[in-house]
Design a protein around this ligand. Structure first.
Ligand code: FUC
Length: 810
């Protein structure tokens, strides 16, 4: 099928998810809307419509901590056992003394459903439903007895309410009943004298923590024509031409330590303000607030006739046909989901973003910080949604407060730390079981997001504000690291390579000096050192960090040519575990580089080949990023095909649901975000000392254009076009000035035909400073073949803040 590539200014068609049938009972068929405070899933069912409702602070439990006070006394023994290779015994002791005896984290819970019933609509024709991700509006249309009915649903960004607009195209033909359904035990549903439908309640007790989040939901209906009547628990609309339903939800949650808010006053205030406005007058401000973010990136890989099919059919076909427009839709959907689930001042996107209908969701729908929560935020900076990083960065700041006590009481260390999970209460204790929970790097890794935010934005005042958090993460490591008796390196002990264990350790994951632990320690030290240098402070402290950094274990290439996951060469080349944590150094970090560490680069590739492709959704999402960093666009695309397959296509792996939610399975939103990040990485990377354009273009995307991506150091790639696999034109805006080092697949010149300066030496731009890692330790058995890297061209272009630069193919 021919691919037509239109100019990127004319978007080929409005980007929508659309279907010819209602969702039925399947939640993963329903379409998500959200404004970072409220989330709703719109089923589009005709007779019994369901709008499933969430609010970002509606969590079980209340302020609590879950540290295990026995840890400190047991620590020397656990360390000794691990150094003696008695990992299984160490794990037993850690289960007793380190894993919490309190809450393993609280649950993100739904409010309930708003149910709308439409009597007499059993027989309908012309059914259609869509989610327009360019305007953030869901719509359902159908016909009954010659009357066309339309429903539109949005979660208003400026007004903080969910609004539903219902219309009939013949007068007086709109009639329905509205009620709440909720699985909360402690609740009351009733109407009041103002004919508002209300739901009030308190969230659940969980694992010994009393449910203390009080919630209030209010639904108000205004009609044009007809009337609204109320019985005790439901509202009824009859004989209307149109109706607007306003839904507000609030809780008493103020922050992780304060639940003194007034949910009744808040819910009433949002509702009263919104309900004074018509739907029409709310629509444009909503769209404008949404598009402020969404429109920053335009992406076009061409269109085919396949793009005319409904979304579920395209998903079924994708892996066997060429439908590049589904890639761009899925990419932009990732951005839509981040805009909808993560807004400044709100909670960060959790395992399900802001969409959950279960009272006890998988993994509590909380924050797993050994990969999943971080992955949610990989698209934030690179796809030009930096402001939306804020809820996550705020969470890290809060963890640095709660995690201080954990560092001190459990490990006798200064600074702060977190284990592999947290929740809305910012609990930092070790949970689940030592196999999963005995991992101390949750603080270290999440703290890198603060540093990354600085690298993209270049705001020194921000850096000064968050510096104590970076320093606190580094201080924890400085106190926690311990000399390895055999190797004399400074190692994390106890630590683990998340959720994986070598056979040599009798199934125990606990170990000292795992590769990921070393890599994270390296980044924590490096970012703190650099931040202190920029801020001109703490010279003595950073000098000691430098000394310690030198003593971290180097990365090892093992007997199978793999990057070792553990300090000893015990990897199994047939291990297909979903976590490939030791490739943290390849992405999101850039310790492993094609140009600086070719052995490690080759070993990372071998490791990824051993691990295989198909896995859980998020694992495939991470692999797209890794193959992009390995500059293998075709392999990255293979992963995209596996991810964009209907769930069940492969027995051992995840895939995608009809509403394009990622399937772990179950639904987990990280895979959506991971893949959006990965597609960006295929087209542009800002890491490893340069802005690398088209580093991993697959053969199937020979022509296209993308505009609006962000690179570190305040560069915006305003537009980039390529044809026949060749970069034809690129426009870069420099927000901060400084040297722009471009790595390109073909030669470029300026728009006026001048040649560009060849780059040499270290990039003078401080945002692109790379921290050299120690040389790899190579197993004598390793058979390493140098990776074949496509030839690239490296240019240095001095830039001035505020100016744009255009380059074209030579
Ligand atoms: C980690 C992963 C699982 C899942 C969970 C939420 O424990 O290993 O696959 O994603 O987080």
């Amino acid at each position: 099928m021919a691919i037509t590539l239109t100019g990127y200014a004319q978007t080929p068609r409005v980007q929508k998810l659309w279907y010819k049938q209602p969702s039925g009972k399947i939640w993963e068929n329903a379409l998500p809307v959200g404004n970072g405070r409220q989330g709703a899933m719109v089923y589009g069912n005709v007779v019994n419509e369901t709008i499933q409702l969430n609010e970002h602070t509606l969590w079980s439990g209340g302020p609590n901590r879950n540290d295990n006070p026995e840890a400190l006394a047991a620590l020397p023994e656990i360390r000794k056992l691990i150094f003696e290779n008695k990992q299984k015994e160490a794990e037993k002791l850690a289960n007793k003394a380190i894993i919490t005896k309190k809450s393993h984290g609280q649950m993100f819970q739904p409010l309930g459903d708003l149910r709308l019933t439409f009597p007499g609509h059993d027989t309908f024709t012309n059914y259609y439903r869509e989610l327009d991700i360019e305007r953030a509006v869901a719509k359902t249309t159908y016909q009954v007895d010659g009357v066309n009915y339309t429903r539109e649903v949005l979660a208003s960004f400026p007004d903080r309410v969910i609004v539903i607009r219902l219309t009939a195209d013949k007068p007086g033909k709109l009639a329905f009943n509205a009620s709440y359904a909720s699985l909360h035990k402690t609740k009351s549903i009733k109407t009041n004298t103002a004919k508002d439908l209300t739901i009030a309640g308190t969230t659940q007790d969980h694992e010994g923590v009393k449910g203390q989040v009080r919630f209030k939901g209010i639904t108000r209906i205004k009609t044009e024509g007809g009337n609204v009547t109320a019985n005790d628990t439901a509202l009824n609309v009859a004989g209307a031409n149109a109706a607007t339903i306003y839904i507000s939800i609030a809780t008493n949650f103020k922050n992780y330590n304060d639940i003194s808010g007034d949910e009744n006053a808040l819910a009433a205030a949002y509702l009263d303000k919104a309900a004074s406005k018509s739907f029409a007058s709310m629509l444009n401000p909503h769209i404008a607030a949404y598009q402020k973010y969404f429109k920053r990136v335009k992406f076009n890989l061409g269109t085919t006739e396949l793009g005319n099919l409904p979304t579920d059919e395209r998903l079924k076909n994708f892996r066997n046909v060429n439908d590049p427009e589904l890639v761009t839709l899925y990419y932009q959907y990732g951005r839509y989901l981040l805009i909808s689930s993560s807004q400044p001042g709100g909670q960060p996107a959790n395992l399900q973003g802001i969409w959950n209908n279960k009272m006890m969701p998988p993994w509590d729908s909380k924050y797993t910080i050994n990969i999943n929560a971080q992955m949610n935020y990989w698209p934030a900076e690179r796809t030009n949604l930096s402001e939306l990083h804020e809820p996550f960065l705020k969470m890290v700041e809060e963890l640095s407060q709660t995690g201080k006590e954990t560092a001190r009481t459990m490990y006798g260390a200064r600074g702060w730390m977190a284990h592999h999970n947290t929740d809305i209460w910012r609990a930092t204790g070790a949970i689940d079981g030592a196999f999963w929970g005995m991992w101390i790097a949750g603080g270290g890794w999440t703290s890198q997001h603060l540093w990354q935010h600085y690298l993209y934005q270049g705001d020194k005042a921000y850096l000064a504000r968050i510096y104590p958090i970076l320093k606190g993460a580094a201080t924890f490591y400085a106190d926690f690291l311990i000399e390895h008796p055999k190797y004399k390196w400074l190692v994390v002990n106890p630590g683990s390579s998340p959720e994986n264990a070598p056979a040599a350790h009798e199934g125990s994951s606990l170990d000292a000096g795992t590769t990921m632990d070393n890599q994270i320690a390296f980044d924590v030290f490096s970012s703190t050192i650099r931040a202190a240098e920029i801020l001109k402070k703490d010279a003595a402290f950073t000098d000691s960090l430098r000394q310690m950094r030198k003593r971290l274990p180097p990365m090892h290439v093992g007997q199978h040519g793999q990057l070792q996951e553990w300090l000893d060469d015990v990897d199994d080349p047939n291990d297909h575990h979903r976590h490939v944590s030791h490739l943290y150094g390849l992405f999101p970090s850039d310790q492993i580089s094609a140009y600086r560490t070719p052995e490690l680069f080759a070993a990372a590739r071998t490791t990824l080949l051993h691990r295989g492709d198909v896995s859980t959704g998020w694992s495939m999402g991470w692999k797209v990023n890794w193959w992009a960093r390995l500059q293998d666009g075709n392999h990255a695309f293979t992963l995209i095909k596996s991810q964009l397959s209907p769930l069940g296509t492969s027995k051992e792996g995840g895939g995608t649901y009809n509403n394009l939610f990622d399937a772990h399975p179950p639904f987990q939103i990280d895979g959506n975000f991971g893949c959006t990040s990965g597609i960006t990485e295929m087209l542009m990377q800002s890491a490893d000392g340069s802005v690398h354009l088209l580093p991993a273009l697959p053969d199937v995307w020979q022509a296209g254009n993308i505009g609006g991506l962000l690179a570190q150091g305040g560069f915006e790639v305003v537009n980039m076009e390529w044809k026949a696999g060749k970069l034809t034109k690129v426009q870069v805006k420099s927000k901060l000035g400084g040297n722009l080092r471009l790595r390109t697949p073909n030669t470029l010149k300026t728009a006026s035909g001048k040649s560009l300066g060849q780059a040499s030496g270290q990039n003078a731009n401080a945002f692109y400073q790379v921290e050299p890692v120690a040389s790899a330790v190579l197993s004598p058995k390793a058979n390493l073949s140098a990776p074949t890297i496509k030839k690239t061209f490296l240019y240095d272009i001095p830039t001035q803040a505020g100016k744009s630069y255009v380059f074209v193919a030579q």
